[in-house]
Design a protein around this ligand. Structure first.
Ligand SMILES: [Zn+2]
Length: 422
């Protein structure tokens, strides 16, 4: 997992250990340990104090002290004891309080928008979604829709515990201020989406975090889905376009400006079709939804359930649909093989329509992956469907929103000014 290295007890200066209880915001080491403790509970779930101590390399009294401070911040609760397998006193179980810090997670799709309230531990309180009118929704209308959906979702939550918004957008997004440079499948260009969301939701700009949807899908799968336990993963999401999110060495790989992972625009066929980006033969022109639709023939109509209808035809052994899905599998595998050679991941997680069609395109895809990638690089690579389905991006968006509290849990200490400057 991507846990940050935690200083062990022996690495802490003695003076800091002594002053830790009083210097809640002053001690960097203590804050680091509080963050590591909360992070572990948030990702791994309820854990006994003794397991926490062993995992973080901290002694019993230090763990008890840190847990007490997180309790004072309202973030965790001790309840019950771990079942005992050896000698010694039973160890109390520590649990996060999901309602202590909640993110409003937003996923902007081409055909729909979803909003969820997700708390510590990845607990989903509520979820709402709405279809978007075709052929595209203006940023203003979309922000209004998000605001409408969020009203009922947050009604029963204390306002001060809804700490931030995380939003996933299918496009090139500047993380520093949520500015969407380009979202071709939404028809958006140069949209100050983060600022618009903040205004519509009556939040401070620093409470709103916006990122690319595939990057957040990768984050969601890494923390809570099929990528758990792998430090090197590629998430490939097939919707109208194809996006990839990368986690390498346990950390998101975002690139210089945050735009890495535009794998849908890798060249796979120099004589192929023109892409929405203006280039020719991009991966998404061959393995994306439009290519699948062309291959299944004129009887298919482009609507929201198009992949579902292809799936039904495949399950009914319709030969045209079977060939079309195998063709998608071959092009998908060719692109994955390229990514494997480039990045040497341990696991590739498939989202969107690739997850839906995975059982039927798997064989053709894996043949192409094996043909394209070097055996040594391929190693024991696994290509697996998403474990979170359509909520991978929402979980990633929630992680983005909760990152501030996870990095410094003391911001929620009673009496400390709001973490977000309101
Ligand atoms: Zn392209």
């Amino acid at each position: 997992m991507a846990d940050a290295a935690t200083p062990t007890e022996s690495e802490q200066p003695p003076s800091r250990r002594r002053s830790a209880r009083t210097g809640t915001r002053g001690s960097g080491v203590r804050r680091h340990n509080l963050a590591a403790l909360l992070e572990r509970l948030h990702v791994e779930g309820s854990t006994s104090r003794s397991e926490l101590g062993a995992g973080l390399g901290l002694n019993r009294s230090t763990i008890a002290d840190l847990v007490q401070e997180l309790e004072e911040c309202g973030l965790v609760v001790e309840q019950g004891v771990a079942s005992q397998s050896g000698p010694g006193r039973p160890s109390p179980m520590v649990h996060v309080r999901p309602e202590a810090a909640v993110a409003l997670a937003v996923e902007v799709g081409v055909e729909s928008v979803a909003v969820a309230t997700i708390g510590l531990g990845g607990h989903v309180f509520d979820l709402a979604s709405a279809a978007l009118p075709s052929p595209g929704t203006s940023p203003e209308d979309l922000v209004g829709l998000v605001a409408d959906l969020s009203v009922s979702l947050t009604r029963d939550l204390p306002a001060e515990r809804v700490v931030a918004v995380g939003a996933a957008v299918p496009g090139l997004t500047r993380r520093t201020d949520g500015f969407v440079r380009l979202a071709p499948n939404l028809g958006w260009k140069e949209v100050p989406f983060g600022a618009m969301l903040a205004a519509a939701l009556d939040l401070a700009p620093e409470q709103v975090h916006v990122a690319n949807e595939a990057d957040l899908g990768a984050l969601g799968e890494h923390r809570r889905g099929a990528g758990r336990g792998f430090d090197n993963l590629v998430f490939v999401s097939g919707e109208v376009g194809i996006g990839a999110g990368l986690v390498i060495g346990g950390r998101p790989m975002l690139g210089a400006a945050g735009y890495a992972g535009e794998a849908g625009h890798m060249l796979v066929n120099p004589t192929g079709r023109r892409c929405t980006c203006g280039a020719r033969g991009c991966w998404e022109t061959e393995a994306g939804e439009a290519a699948l639709l062309r291959a299944v023939g004129p009887s298919s109509t482009p609507d929201a359930d198009v992949v579902r209808s292809v799936l039904e035809r495949v399950e009914a052994k319709d030969p045209v649909a079977l060939r079309a899905v195998a063709r998608t599998g071959r092009w998908l595998g060719l692109g994955i093989g390229n990514l494997v050679n480039l990045l040497n991941p341990e696991v590739v997680v498939l989202g969107g329509m690739f997850q839906t069609l995975h059982p039927h395109l798997r064989e053709a895809m894996m043949d192409a992956v094996r043909r394209q990638s070097l055996d040594e690089v391929l190693g024991s690579l696994e290509v697996v469907p998403s474990a979170l389905g359509t909520s991978a991006q929402l979980h990633g968006a929630a992680e983005l929103g909760l990152a501030g509290v996870l990095a410094d849990p003391t911001v929620l200490r009673p009496g400390v000014p709001s973490p977000v400057g309101q």
